[in-house]
Design a protein around this ligand. Structure first.
Ligand SMILES: Nc1ncnc2c1ncn2[C@@H]1O[C@H](COP(=O)(O)OP(=O)(O)OP(=O)(O)O)[C@@H](O)[C@H]1O
Ligand SMILES: [Mg+2]
Length: 249
């Protein structure tokens, strides 16, 4: 489980708390969706989950250990893998194959074992045919599959997609989601979908809505329909159907 307890955070040089006494839990299994208006602190929360950022006050625990106490920190980064909205910021290698191997090289995995894993993940994410291409030359959907594969190859227990499907075509979006859900499901690990798409949130077992740096709602996906009017007020995207229902009140 990932647990945020009374987390407050502000960026260096800023005088505004981005997160204010934020408390929520992400179960160690199943799909959790996180939604909130632009600037509500979703990406900041993702970076707190894998220890890239640390709280000013309060605590973020991963499997009952505060992120600040994970030693080495690289163990935490492998346990909580984050795929970001813009894959170009994530790429460091000249070929797809090297990009996928990169995460494992850092983890000092023996070469033979690494080759096997890279082959397996190239196959699993339909990347074998483009293994020698530069990640920069690929389509948006292919880029995100490479980004997902290069995070998934370390077998993180928590796989976090931070609006990773936002820039994709509907077809590429569906494929990436299906791949991520299958990947997490096959290892009984947890998938966190940070999303602005209500239809993605409906795939989740657990939904967390943040507004103004604090949790405003959490529960099953039914909270989305039940609270549509409140969500519209907070600037959280809701489905057209829910919007119509809310308008009737
Ligand atoms: N590096 C930074 N330095 C200073 N302020 C930042 C930085 N990154 C984000 N912020 C501010 O922190 C707040 C929360 O940003 P964050 O990116 O976590 O929101 P978000 O919910 O992910 O938004 P979006 O839906 O646009 O992705 C915003 O007001 C943003 O301007
Ligand atoms: Mg964001």
């Amino acid at each position: 489980m990932i647990e945020f307890r009374d987390v407050t955070f502000r960026y260096p040089g800023s005088d505004i708390d981005v997160l204010r006494n934020l408390s929520f839990r992400i179960p160690g299994k199943g799909v959790t969706a996180m939604m909130g208006a632009n600037g509500s602190g979703k990406s900041t929360s993702a970076l707190l989950m894998n220890g890239i950022l640390t709280p000013a006050s309060g605590v973020v625990e991963v499997d009952s250990v505060p992120t600040t106490e994970w030693n080495p920190q690289s163990d935490l980064r492998r346990l909580v893998g984050v795929v970001f909205q813009d894959p170009n910021l994530q790429f460091t290698s000249m070929t797809v194959e090297r990009e996928i191997a990169f995460g494992l090289e850092n983890a000092k995995i023996p070469f033979d074992l690494m080759r096997g894993s890279v082959e397996e993940f190239l196959g699993r994410f339909d990347l074998s045919g483009i293994r020698d291409q530069s990640p920069a030359s690929l389509s948006g959907g292919e880029k995100q599959r490479v980004a997902l594969a290069s995070v998934a190859v370390s077998c993180p227990h928590y796989l976090v997609l931070d609006e990773a499907t936002t820039l994709l075509s509907p077809r590429a979006r569906r494929k990436l989601l299906a791949d991520a859900i299958a990947e997490a499901g096959s290892r009984e690990s947890a998938l966190v979908l940070i999303t602005q798409f209500p239809d993605e949130a409906l795939l989740a077992d657990h939904v967390v809505i943040i507004g103004n740096g604090a949790v405003v709602l959490q529960g099953g996906p039914e909270v989305l329909a039940a609270s549509a009017a409140e969500l519209i007020r907070l600037g959280v995207p809701v489905s057209l159907r829910d919007r119509l229902i809310a308008d009737e009140y």
